[in-house]
Design a protein around this ligand. Structure first.
Ligand code: SF4
Length: 537
């Protein structure tokens, strides 16, 4: 069938300001929109192949961005804004952000440029280069979506020897007056309910999960899904199960459903994993937050309201609040504080390739096959699957951080650079230590664990051919051999880190012959990382 190519919508009047709105800046209340003159100014939004190909983006991640952008552009037009929207298959599309900005400047001759601070250092460099080429000084507005500006975080960090999330989080609680009493003490008499919040499920698995309801894609989303299949067939992942919120209305509904149906059990089971239940009691709000369809304050307020109404316990509400005003704002602060080059750090000198299994889900390690399979299926895995299965495996096996980071950035529907780089390079891979330091910037010690942790927190090991209790032999869980080998390979930096003292002591207890055997097994596994599967025998 002959395809008709589209043309970029042109604007038939002189342009005042060209305001660039990126795919993760869909905030209807953004300051940039308030400043625009709807008669003279033009909003530029762009769909470009380059953003889906480097790194390779999951089909659902690409479709989510494109569908949410199209809905947002439609809403802006309904509000009277003039929008120049470049679709992926526009015939003149240069397929890069910089190319499209240059083209828009050439065709519209704007008198000024404006944008909201991007969440990606690479994009910031690209936008500045466009402005320079056009000889226009841009107006760059801070991203008002966040509760902590880049400057406020830098002030908090100034003069501190260590930047620790817990210190930041308590400071945020007091500063923002969230879950604090009038005397400045924490509500519930504790800042942290982690001890209540790390429970595995019992033998029967999760109970009280709400029924799964699938949001049917509307016409815009359906056309975007078809577009992605047609124009970007090389992208990984499935697109069939797409049901992510793509409008503010849908995001608000998702927030309400989480508060009503899952928040009360969220805290207790936030670290638990279970086969066939990829989402459990998790909020699934990160896509809406990261696209700026939802604001952090409204999420926190809704959770605290549920606590006040007696509909959710303090440990769940505190755990959720910690994610939003603590961890999320903390990693963004670190991202901008550490700046360019952070995502390329490799403090432990990890150099193995990303396992082929991360693209196929083919592995005889049940935990890895399950976690990766769920990512391929929906572009989603919850935080413990990300940290303690796929992240832990990459850390222990010594996979090169840049490859791991690119996989997380592209393969998760909520992947954006300011989130992914600190979470992967800093938290999961412990690769962000500055020269001469044994501690990472983000974490004082690596989140490394053997198969026993996965066995305690999930039912994955029950149907795995490996035994999480064995360290050597054909049935030994690969996480065990890799864990002890990891400690052994990194003896020098870890011995200098007091928080690793217990782990190193345990390493020293392993008989020399057994450690030799463990290391041989680990070497075999590490040598097979780029093979078609992760079979270890
Ligand atoms: Fe994963 Fe090891 Fe458990 Fe198998 S036995 S599921 S490889 S942790």
């Amino acid at each position: 069938m002959k395809r008709t190519h589209k043309r970029t919508q042109t604007v038939a009047k002189p342009t005042g300001t060209l305001a660039i709105v990126l795919g993760d800046q869909l905030n209807r209340d953004a300051e940039i929109l308030r400043r625009l003159d709807r008669e003279r100014d033009v909003v530029l939004m762009m769909e470009v192949r380059a953003e889906s190909l480097a790194p390779r983006s999951h089909r659902q991640r690409t479709a989510l961005f494109l569908s949410a952008m199209r809905h947002f552009a439609k809403e802006l037009r309904a509000r009277g804004f003039c929008v120049r929207y470049v679709e992926l298959d526009d015939e003149a599309n240069t397929q890069t952000l910089a190319g499209e900005i240059d083209r828009a400047i050439e065709e519209l001759s704007p008198r000024a440029l404006a944008w909201t601070e991007p969440g990606d250092i690479r994009v910031r460099i690209d936008l500045n280069a466009c402005a320079e080429r056009a000889n226009l000084k841009p107006t760059v507005l801070p991203d008002g979506h966040f509760l902590t500006s880049i400057e406020t975080f830098a002030d908090w960090a100034k003069g501190r020897r260590r930047l620790r999330m817990e210190d930041f989080y308590r400071w945020q609680r007091r500063r923002l007056e969230v879950l604090v009493e009038e005397n400045g003490q924490p509500r519930g008499e504790q800042w942290n309910f982690d001890a209540n919040n790390r429970r595995p499920f019992g033998k029967r698995g999760p109970e009280g999960l709400p029924p799964k309801r699938r949001r049917q894609p509307d016409a815009i989303t359906q056309s975007v899904l078809a577009l992605v299949e047609r124009e970007l067939p090389e992208l990984p992942g499935q697109s069939e199960n797409f049901d992510w919120p793509v409008t503010r209305r849908q995001a608000l509904l998702a927030l309400r459903q989480f508060i009503r149906n899952r928040l009360s059990s969220f805290g207790r089971y936030q670290d638990a994993m279970w086969s066939g239940e990829p989402t459990l009691f998790h909020s699934l709000l990160s896509t809406s937050l990261n696209l700026k369809l939802l604001g952090p304050s409204e999420c926190v307020d809704a959770a605290v309201d549920a606590l006040d109404a007696g509909e959710a316990p303090i440990e769940s509400v505190e755990g959720f609040v910690r994610q939003i005003i603590g961890w999320r704002e903390f990693v963004r602060g670190i991202y901008w504080l550490e700046g360019p080059g952070y995502r390329d750090r490799n403090a432990l000198g990890a150099d193995r390739p990303l396992p082929h299994a991360y693209w196929t889900g083919q592995s005889d390690m049940n935990c890895l096959a399950t976690a990766v399979g769920e990512v391929l299926d929906r572009g989603y895995g919850h935080h413990i699957q990300r940290l303690m299965v796929t992240g832990n495996f990459a850390l222990l096996a010594g996979v090169e951080p840049r490859a791991v980071n690119d996989w997380y950035l592209g393969m998760f529907v909520d992947g954006v650079d300011w989130v992914t780089a600190p979470n992967v390079v800093g938290m999961a891979l412990h690769a962000d230590a500055r020269p001469g330091s044994t501690e990472g910037v983000l974490g004082s010690k690596p989140y490394a664990a053997s198969g026993r942790y996965i066995d305690r927190m999930s039912n994955y090991c029950r149907s795995c051919r490996f035994d999480p209790k064995k360290r050597i032999g054909p049935e030994a869980c690969p996480f065990n051999a890799l864990y002890w080998d990891f400690l052994s390979r990194n003896r020098t930096p870890f011995r200098a880190n007091p928080r690793m003292a217990l782990a190193m002591k345990n390493l020293d207890r392993i008989p020399v012959e057994e450690l030799d055997e463990i290391r041989r097994l680990a070497r075999t596994i590490r040598q097979r990382l780029s093979a078609d599967d992760l079979r270890t025998t």
